[in-house]
Design a protein around this ligand. Sequence first.
Ligand SMILES: Cc1cc2nc3c(=O)[nH]c(=O)nc-3n(C[C@H](O)[C@H](O)[C@H](O)COP(=O)(O)OP(=O)(O)OC[C@H]3O[C@@H](n4cnc5c(N)ncnc54)[C@H](O)[C@@H]3O)c2cc1C
Length: 370
Amino acid sequence: MDFRLSSDQALLKSTARKLSEERFRASAFKWKGEYPAANEKILRDQGFFAVSLPQEYGGGGLTLLEELLVLEEVGRVCPDTASALTLAGPPRIIAEIGSESLKRRYLPGFCREGKKIGIAISEAEAGSAVTELRTKARAESGKVILDGGKIFISHADVCAAFLTFVRFEEGIGAVLIDEGTPGLELGKPDINMAGHRQYTLFFDGCEIPEENVLTRGENGFKRLIQAFNAERCLSAAWAVSIALCAFDFAVEYARDRKQFGRRIGDFQGIRWMLAEMAMKIEAARLLTYQAATDSTRLKSSMAKAMASEMVEKVSSDALQIFGAYGYIREHPLEYLYRLARGRKIAGGTLEVQKNMMGDELLRKGFHKEE
Ligand SMILES: Cc1cc2nc3c(=O)[nH]c(=O)nc-3n(C[C@H](O)[C@H](O)[C@H](O)COP(=O)(O)OP(=O)(O)OC[C@H]3O[C@@H](n4cnc5c(N)ncnc54)[C@H](O)[C@@H]3O)c2cc1C
């Protein structure tokens, strides 16, 4: 077991860091809920977008771990720009379980032109209980017709398509719905605590070609859930990057701010806080790297759960180090704290991650799943 990065990985990380400092530092914390489209283009032009998607469809052909290394460096400087990199999740699912025709239709557009694919799962009566979703899909002479709706969909206004969970006659599956399809409508967005828009989608007799079915049938739902392991790793890595961003601000402030004639970093209370923050970040980071190289349900849920709890605590402690300055609206720490809070809810709540871990542990025991 070697915890060190290879020289290529270290170079990738330092290049992503340099690009982020040079191109994203100045605009960080200025996005005000807008999708960072200009920065996404820079990432694409510089080969830092779709890093782990297959090369034959325009991706970088690297591993998930390498994708996370880039995400971490970008997010450490500008968490909003890193959120663009988390959108690699749905295309990765298509790459993993989609037909050749779906891969050819959706992956090059994402990798080369940034045609994003939203993820549409949540419904009013089906949040954690995904199996209770009601959006119906029925096949009819080579078409699939959809009726129902989704809520809380992130980035829906900038998506070219939606990977949507639906109920077929035989059970849950997923389809791809292109933006602009007749019968698909975006509702008025809700604004979340971090200031980001989350949309309602309505499907009213929305007709898609049968080839847009990503998965259905007996094992359709199981395959879908398995393909979500990488999505959880991306989510965990984003949380780690937000925590690193908060930590960097805090440590710099602890070096500069003076009270009682000394820099606050000289007080043991602050030093221990920094030490605790760094320990927690490192633990979550290692779990995330591990899950990226061995994407099982247990390990990806562990990484996501740990990272989501960690980022809430770390961003709160970082804000504490800033005192009232960090609590002022528009201060980076105030934003990071609000952003961090969503991590225990989005993409499967902390409790749901723990339920999944519990299932796996009861079925297979611990360290026996290999
Ligand atoms: C920032 C953000 C972005 C999001 N983006 C998207 C998106 O792009 N697409 C999308 O489809 N959805 C998205 N969501 C929605 C998200 O997936 C859901 O909020 C989440 O799955 C939980 O569903 P819910 O909010 O309805 O909570 P509920 O499922 O109603 O849960 C309420 C509470 O009960 C707990 N709970 C529920 N069941 C159990 C159980 N069995 N055991 C223990 N505790 C339980 C939950 O953990 C939670 O604390 C987003 C949410 C956030 C916050």
